[in-house]
Each structure stands twice: as C-alpha cells, then as structure tokens.
Design a protein around this ligand. Sequence first.
Ligand code: SF4
Length: 230
Amino acid sequence: GGGDLGKEVLERLRRAHRLKMEDFVSSYVNLTTGSPFRVLVATILSQNSTDKAAMRAYSELERSVGLTPEALVRAGLRRIARAIRVAGLADAKARAIRELAALALRLGDPNLKGLLESGPDAAREVLLRIKGIGPKTVDVLLSSTGTLDTIPVDTHVRRVAQRLGLVGERESYERIKSRLEEVFPPGTRYEAHLLLIAHGRSVCRSRRPLCDRCVLSDLCGYYRRAAGGS
Ligand code: SF4
C-alpha cells in the first residue's frame, strides 16, 4: 500500500541526505526562537525565493527594524521593504508582514502562541485572511511548529512527487497534499517534506535531474520513461 512505498522512500532519502536545519529557514527560526510569529515572518520571506535569501532578509529585518510586532508596525512599509529586498517581492511581503504584526498586536498575542493553541483549523482561518499568507505558508507554520502533521507542498515537493508518479500533473495544492499524506505515515510527514526538498535541490533538480545518482530511480516513473525512450 501507500504506507509501504512512503516508508521505503523515507528510508532511502534519509540515507542520501543529511538534513541541516540552517538550510530550512522556517525550521531554523522555529528551533532557535520558538516563536510562531517569527516563523511566519521567515516563511513569508521564503515565498518564491531561496531559503538562503530568506535567511539573509530575516537577519537584516531583525537588525535594522526588529522582529517584534510593535517594531514592525511602527517601522512602516518602506523600511520593511528595504530591509527584505534580497528575498524579492519586497513590497508585497512587507505588506503581509506588517498586516501580520498588526494582527498579533490586535490579539495581544505577540508571538502568536495563543493563536496556535486555538488549534490548527482556527489558526488557519485567521491567518488566511491576511493577503500574502496562503495555504502553503500556513502549512509550513503548522508543521514546522509541530502543530499539525502535514506535508506542505512547495515547488520541490511538487516536482519530485510528480516525477515519482505519486501525484499527477496539474493537480491542486490540496489534492497533492492529501495524496502525500496517504503515502507518508503519520509522524513522518514534516521530515518527508524536508527530505523531498533536499532531494529536489540537490538531485531531482528542475533542469537536468541527476537520475544516475538518485536512490529512488527504480521507483520513478520519470526515470522509467526516460530510460524507455533512450
Ligand atoms: S530518478 Fe530522476 S526524476 Fe526520478 S526522483 Fe530521481 S532524480 Fe528525480
């Protein structure tokens, strides 16, 4: 069944990749600060960017503005945007971060721990009202903080899952996520998310994937098709 395949994929990816938390900005910020508010800021910064650029933007924002809701609301959009420029989409991200800061102030919940304690569904509903916070950003928050056992679907996760044949082409975010939740057993899903990203970055790259070095090639539909066609 799906569970066996998931376990096999996990075991092989664990052997192939050593996860370093510094390579995953949301996870890193969660482990070093324990603040859901800061994890959300980091995750917003990482949208359509690399974790490396997001990490630099996060540090610069902390240095030049500060990462408390008060400091961010006081700073104004231009200063926030200037601090986070390296991560791209700076104006839109500055608006989302500032709106998030205003929410935290309004709730009297500066690190948003109370919001997470209200449960994943309630937290999701509140956060999705902020423009610039979508389902993936919420899922990264919920899974990296251990609030919900799920697999956020980023560009690497989507590509690797599609090539392996675990999901079809052009499927919705929610469809891919629920399919991957069937494949990867409870308790392994956030790790599966990180391992699929690591695999997508270093081996199953968008262009010219390194299939000859891939520990999953005998399970992979893309590889079978490529081999059959050669
Ligand atoms: S065999 Fe190639 S396409 Fe398939 S998962 Fe590995 S690197 Fe990706």
